[in-house]
Design a protein around this ligand. Structure first.
Ligand SMILES: Cc1cc2nc3c(=O)[nH]c(=O)nc-3n(C[C@H](O)[C@H](O)[C@H](O)COP(=O)(O)OP(=O)(O)OC[C@H]3O[C@@H](n4cnc5c(N)ncnc54)[C@H](O)[C@@H]3O)c2cc1C
Ligand code: FES
Length: 272
């Protein structure tokens, strides 16, 4: 399922609609659709004109879905930038550049196991809806907030889907056991795609390496420019090289990247 019409550009799309889920902290932002196509897992950098100089940098968001009517982002309010975005009104415009990064690649005839943690569900909504054989997709979703906060119910009926809520430390341990079993059982049967907070991706990476699974993970390193210039988003790799997540990723083979062991990433607020 490789999109060919990927021609990144800088645009000023108009916001068509904003809808809210949960207690208003989960935002679906609908914009005029760009002419470009995209690969699931690619992202856009967004900076509303109203920001002035504060904050300075744009914010990266996965492309959730693109239809002939709109481009949609699914955003959780976690700080100043996302809070300002959540208060935008239909009719206002954004500065947006993309689609950026490599995105997920996969053969639609090969079974997929999708592992999503929290906001890591965003890139998989469009993927599952566009997939020609949704019955070949197994989908495991771990989340901390109520399921109604996430667009899980939009996944096509034919997708074999499960969601697990993680409220307590015990839930997290149980979820890790389910993850381990799913990865081991699926290894050798198809490709695994994963997106979510770093602690979640670390677990996915561990079991994937142990079982030899063909797993690809999408990193959510913090980004400033999105185009390889600022080096703010680098990730360590097993070759010892540091690569920009925005241009070499955000999707990497699970056994290609190294997570920092100093727990800096672990202490980052997980967007579950
Ligand atoms: C490729 C990519 C795709 C992404 N896709 C989505 C998406 O589809 N939907 C979505 O809601 N978010 C997504 N994110 C994360 C999103 O970019 C951040 O949540 C956003 O930039 C936070 O901006 P802020 O100004 O609100 O928060 P800030 O005020 O900058 O930070 C608030 C808190 O959030 C934490 N934080 C900020 N950015 C990140 C990050 N990248 N990873 C972990 N913690 C972070 C900070 O440490 C801090 O605790 C994506 C990130 C990347 C790199
Ligand atoms: S965000 Fe600037 S190099 Fe990646």
């Amino acid at each position: 399922m490789l999109e060919t019409n990927i021609k990144p550009s800088c645009l000023k799309p108009e916001i068509q609609a904003i809808t809210y889920a949960g207690s208003g902290d989960f935002v679906h932002l609908y914009m005029q659709p760009p002419a470009w196509g995209y690969r699931p897992g690619q992202f856009v950098m967004v900076r509303p004109g109203e920001w002035g100089n504060d904050p300075v940098w744009p914010r990266p968001f996965s492309i959730c879905e693109k239809t002939s009517d709109s481009l949609r982002l699914f955003i959780q309010v976690v700080g100043r930038g996302t809070s300002l975005i959540s208060r935008l009104q239909p009719g206002s415009t954004l500065d947006m550049w993309g689609p950026l990064g490599n995105g997920f690649s996969f053969d639609p005839d090969v079974p997929l196991l999708i592992l999503a943690g929290g906001m890591g569900i965003a890139p998989f909504i469009g993927l599952c809806k566009r997939h020609p054989h949704p019955g070949r997709i197994n989908f495991l979703f771990g989340h901390r907030m109520g399921i109604e906060c996430y667009p899980f119910a939009e996944l096509p009926q034919k997708v074999n889907k499960t969601h697990l809520n993680q409220q307590t430390a015990g839930d997290i341990v149980s979820f890790q056991k389910v993850l381990e079993k799913r990865i081991r059982d699926f290894s050798g049967r198809g490709r695994i795609l994963a997106c979510g907070p770093s602690p979640f991706l670390k677990v996915v990476r561990k079991y994937s390496i142990e079982s030899g699974a063909d797993t690809w993970i999408s990193l959510e390193n913090r980004m400033a420019c999105g185009v390889g210039a600022c080096l703010g988003c680098v990730t360590g790799t097993t070759t010892g090289e540091y690569l920009q997540t925005c241009t070499h990723g955000p999707v990497f083979r699970a056994d290609e990247v190294v997570f920092e062991e100093d727990d800096r990433l672990l202490s980052a607020k997980p967007h579950l």
